[in-house]
Ligand binder design. Structure first.
Ligand code: PMP
Length: 452
């Protein structure tokens, strides 16, 4: 009895003291206080278990409760807890080698703490690189509407979701947006390939209209994840690379969600025939057990920062980036992914989920089901013909029903500014076959109950 009371008071204490991320305050729906995690399952403070179909925020790729990861961090902390990255240490060197190998070579690794940080670093490097090449008029960064690139001023400026931004403006200047391909909503009668080529052409036109000598970089995810799981046709990504090359613009690929197996390959951009100038990554790098992020930069770009001229080094430092325990843990995390073949598992399990959910496409309110590996979006509409997004109440009702049945799913989108009508699934790559069956069964039950 006493312990129940103590646990209930956690919610009260939380209400009094904790300000939650991007969540409206609600008396009726207090935040879940989570106590434990094992595999793909988490347990709240009242002992109720849920399958975490979102891996936290698309990040706990190897699942919860991995003792080997705790051990790797523990050993490193005992040996050497902190080294600033103005110097170096073994785990940082080894991890840089490993990530570079996973990227196919040719990169150097810059460490930070979060996905936002990694993108800020990329923007600063891009601007300085052009200056040092004698093209100092290049400062603008082009990204896409609906994309999310982070919460700090520059990363939020690159983000293409107005609702997240408008109350905090003016943000950083020099950020422009173009529309991404949204194949579900492409113009009637146009082939997917032609539509994707047209979207890449719009990017090129923007570069030309803006005066190409002012454009430093394009940043994009391999597929838009948080903006509603928009998987492009490969031709789009490959044309974007061509356009960037043609106009001397750097291509930054944001792998913060897609990296480390989420899409069924080590990195999402490896589905396409491209070689980015920079690759940013975070989340799956440590499976979010500790904070760590990377900006991987092609060596030919790095050359411009090490020419020995006064002031040509990159004038950026952060205290925690490259923390030794985080690097040691990341190495162990990647070792687990390789040992358990989790990138292939993600590809296979993604297909299994898409097949298992296929019947739901017939329901009136299911507009589209799409994904790549273990990132899947289910677009909920009011009307299949007009594709009008479903109301927030409808989408929220489905999420609440899944939760009541023990499954946590997400919602993303911005189909209409700020309107999130795309249910999102992004379970741990290590989920078992039973876990995947559970996800399919809960979604089927909840969706069919909505019909009846
Ligand atoms: N880029 C992408 C694609 C993301 O999804 C996120 C976070 N969801 C970020 C950047 C920012 O990462 P962080 O929250 O670690 O700053």
């Amino acid at each position: 009895m006493e312990s129940v009371q103590k646990k209930q008071s956690l919610v009260e204490r939380d209400r009094q003291n904790v300000w939650h991320h991007i969540s409206p305050y609600s008396e009726k729906n207090p935040p879940m206080v989570v106590e434990e995690g094992k595999g793909s399952w988490i347990t709240d403070h009242q002992g109720k278990r849920y399958l975490d179909g979102m891996s936290g925020l698309f990040c706990v790729n190897v699942g919860y409760g991995r003792e080997e990861l705790a051990q790797a961090a523990y050993e490193q902390i005992k040996k050497m807890a902190y080294v600033p990255m103005t110097q170096s240490h073994g785990p940082a060197i080894e991890l840089a080698e490993k990530v570079n190998e996973m990227l196919g070579g040719d990169y150097v690794i810059f460490y930070s703490n979060s996905g936002s940080d990694a993108n800020e670093v990329a923007f600063k490097m891009a601007r300085q690189y052009h200056q040092q090449k004698g093209e100092g008029t290049r400062y603008k960064v082009i990204s896409r509407y609906r994309a999310y690139h982070g919460s700090s001023a520059g990363a939020l400026s690159a983000t293409g979701q107005a609702l997240r931004k408008y109350k905090y403006e003016p943000l950083t200047s020099g950020f422009l947006h173009v529309a991404p391909p949204d194949n579900y909503r492409k113009p009637e009668g146009m082939s997917i390939e032609d539509y994707n080529i047209a979207r890449a052409r719009e990017l090129e036109e923007t570069i030309i209209w803006e005066q190409k000598e002012t454009i430093a970089a394009v940043i994009m995810e391999p597929l838009i994840t948080g903006g509603g799981v928009l998987v492009p046709d490969p031709v789009y990504v490959e044309k974007v690379q061509e356009v960037c090359n043609r106009h001397g613009v750097l291509l930054i690929i944001d792998e913060v969600i897609c990296g480390f197996g989420r899409t069924g390959k080590a990195f999402g951009h490896q589905h396409f025939n491209i070689k980015p100038d920079m690759v940013t990554m975070a989340k799956g790098l440590t499976s979010a057990y500790l904070p760590l992020s990377i900006t991987a930069v092609r060596k030919d770009i790095y050359e411009k920062f090490k020419d020995g001229k006064e002031n040509s080094h990159f004038r950026h430092v952060n205290t925690f980036g490259g923390n030794p325990a985080a690097c040691a843990l990341a190495l162990k995390n990647i070792e687990i992914m390789e040992k358990e073949n989790l990138f292939n598992r993600s590809a296979e399990a993604g297909n299994r989920l898409l097949n298992g959910l296929d019947d739901l496409r017939n329901l009136d309110f299911v507009g589209d089901i799409r994904g790549l590996g273990l990132i899947i979006g289910i677009e909920i509409v009011e009307d299949k013909l007009t594709k009008k997004p479903a109301s927030p109440e409808c989408v929220g009702g489905l999420i609440a029903a899944c939760k009541a049945n023990g499954l946590i799913i997400g919602k993303n989108g911005d189909t209409v500014a700020g309107h999130n009508n795309i249910l999102t699934l992004s379970p741990p790559l290590s989920s078992t076959d039973d876990d995947f069956d559970f996800i399919i069964n809960v979604l089927k039950k909840v969706f069919h109950e909505k019909v009846n």
